[in-house]
Design a protein around this ligand. Structure first.
Ligand code: KG4
Ligand code: ZN
Length: 351
C-alpha cells in the first residue's frame, strides 16, 4: 500500500510517501527563517506560505520518488491539532487529491503521528508509554495501538518547548531557542542556580512550566545582563559562561520535571516497559540520556526517533496513515479539521 502523507499544521509544509511501512521519499519547506523575524509563528503568514508551496512540493515529490499520482492508494493528512488556517491548506489539498484519484482519505492526529514515527526506524510494540514534548504540547500517553493513544497527563499551561523558546527570547537567543539552549547547556554548570522543579508536589501526571519560565526570566533580568552579548545570539562561541550556566540550570529543571512524571507513569502502568520519546524537544541531549538511563535501570527500552523525525515532518503522517489505514480505517470528505485547543475526535470509519 502506497500512502501519501500531508503535513501543514504549523510552519512546515511537508509531503512524504510511505510504501508498506517504508519511507520512500519526503519533501519539506520550512518557514522558520521567516517567522524568526517576528520571534514566533505568525498564523496568517504561515497559511499563506503553505498555500504557496504545497502544489509544487507535491510535483517535486512525485518527480523525485519516481511514482505517479495514480500509484497512491491512500491520502493521509494531519487534521489537527494545529493552526486552523495552516491545517486547512493541507486538509483541502488532501481531500481534493483523494477525491480526484478516487482513493481513501484518512485524517491523522498530528500528536499521535509524532509518537508513531519511531516505528520507521525501530520495531515498535504496543502497549508503550509515549512522552511527546514539542513547541506546542507536552503529553504523556499510554499507546495501546496505532489508532488508540490514551492521554495520561498533559501540560496545564506552557509546553516544554514553548518554555525553552520563551526563556531563549529573554536571553536574546535566535528563535526558536530550544536547540541552542541545549548546546549552551552542555558547556554550562547546572548546580549554581536553583530553579524550581515545577508541579511535582501532587499526585497526577500533568505538567506546568509557566512558573519555571517566570522564575528563569526574573533571574535573567536580575542576575544577568542579556544586553551585553550579541542579539540575536546564534552561536555557542559568542556566549559568556554565565549564560551557559543559566541554560544548564534551566535545562536540568525541565528535564528533571519530565523524568519524574515519566517515572511515575511507568510505576503506575507496570505493563509498559517501552518509552517512546517524540516531538522537537525529544532532540534534547540531556533528556535522551536521562530517559535512556531510566529505562536501562528498569530493564526496559527507550526509543528515540532521529532528529529529522522528531520535529514536524510528513514521513510521520504517511507512516501513521499507513499503519492505521491498512487496518481499514478511513474518513469521508466531511472530515473536520481540528484547531489547537480541541481534542481530535475518534470518528474514523472502518470497513
Ligand atoms: O515538534 P516541533 O518541531 O514543533 C511543534 O510541533 O511544536 O518542536 C519544536 C520545538 C521548539 O520549541 C524547539 O525550541 C524545541 O522543539 N527544540 C528543542 C531542541 N530542539 C528543538 N528543545 C530543547 N532541546 C533541543 N535540542
Ligand atoms: Zn509537531
Amino acid at each position: 500500500m502506497l500512502c501519501l502523507g500531508v503535513e501543514s499544521s504549523c510552519d512546515e509544509t511537508a509531503l512524504a510517501l510511505v510504501e508498506d511501512g517504508r519511507l520512500l521519499h519526503s519533501v519539506l519547506a520550512t518557514q522558520a527563517d521567516m517567522h524568526a523575524l517576528f520571534g514566533g509563528v505568525v498564523p496568517e503568514l504561515a497559511s499563506r506560505e503553505h498555500y504557496r508551496y504545497i502544489g509544487s512540493l507535491f510535483d517535486a515529490l512525485m518527480r523525485r520518488s519516481g511514482k505517479r499520482p495514480s500509484d497512491i492508494d491512500l491520502v493521509a493528512v494531519a487534521r489537527g491539532p494545529g493552526l486552523l488556517g495552516s491545517l486547512l491548506v493541507g486538509v483541502a489539498f488532501a481531500k481534493g487529491l483523494a477525491l480526484g484519484l478516487g482513493v481513501r482519505l484518512l485524517g491523522v492526529n498530528h500528536l499521535h503521528a509524532h509518537l508513531l514515527a519511531v516505528g520507521l526506524e525501530h520495531p515498535l510494540d504496543f502497549p508503550a508509554l509515549g512522552l511527546l514534548v514539542s513547541g506546542g504540547h507536552t503529553h504523556l500517553y499510554r499507546m495501546e495501538a496505532p489508532w488508540k493513544c490514551v492521554t495520561l497527563g498533559r501540560t496545564l499551561d506552557d509546553a516544554a518547548g514553548e518554555a525553552f523558546d520563551k526563556v531563549g527570547k529573554v536571553l536574546g537567543l535566535a528563535y526558536p531557542g530550544g536547540r541552542l539552549m541545549d548546546a549552551l547547556a552542555r558547556e554550562g554548570k547546572a548546580d549554581g542556580i536553583a530553579f524550581p522543579r515545577p508541579y511535582l508536589d501532587n499526585d497526577n501526571l500533568d505538567f506546568s512550566f509557566s512558573g519555571l519560565k517566570t522564575a528563569a526570566s526574573s533571574y535573567i533580568q536580575q542576575a544577568l545582563q542579556p544586553a551585553t552579548w550579541p542579539r540575536p545570539l546564534c552561536s555557542v562561541d559568542d556566549a559568556p559562561q554565565a549564560l551557559k550556566d543559566c541554560c544548564a540550570a534551566f535545562n536540568a529543571a525541565v528535564v528533571d520535571t519530565l523524568c519524574v512524571k515519566t517515572q511515575r507513569a511507568l510505576d503506575r502502568n507496570p505493563q509498559l516497559s517501552t518509552v517512546v520519546l517524540a516531538g522537537g524537544v525529544a532532540c534534547n541531549s540531556l533528556l535522551r540520556q536521562r530517559i535512556a538511563d531510566m529505562m536501562e535501570s528498569r530493564g526496559g527500552r527507550a526509543l528515540f526517533p532521529s532528529p529529522h523525525l522528531c520535529t514536524d515532518n510528513a514521513a510521520m503522517i504517511a507512516y501513521a496513515g499507513w499503519l492505521i489505514g491498512k487496518e481499514g480505517y478511513f474518513h469521508t470528505l466531511q472530515m473536520e479539521t481540528i484547531p489547537r485547543g480541541r481534542t481530535v475526535p475518534d470518528d474514523m470509519l472502518c470497513g
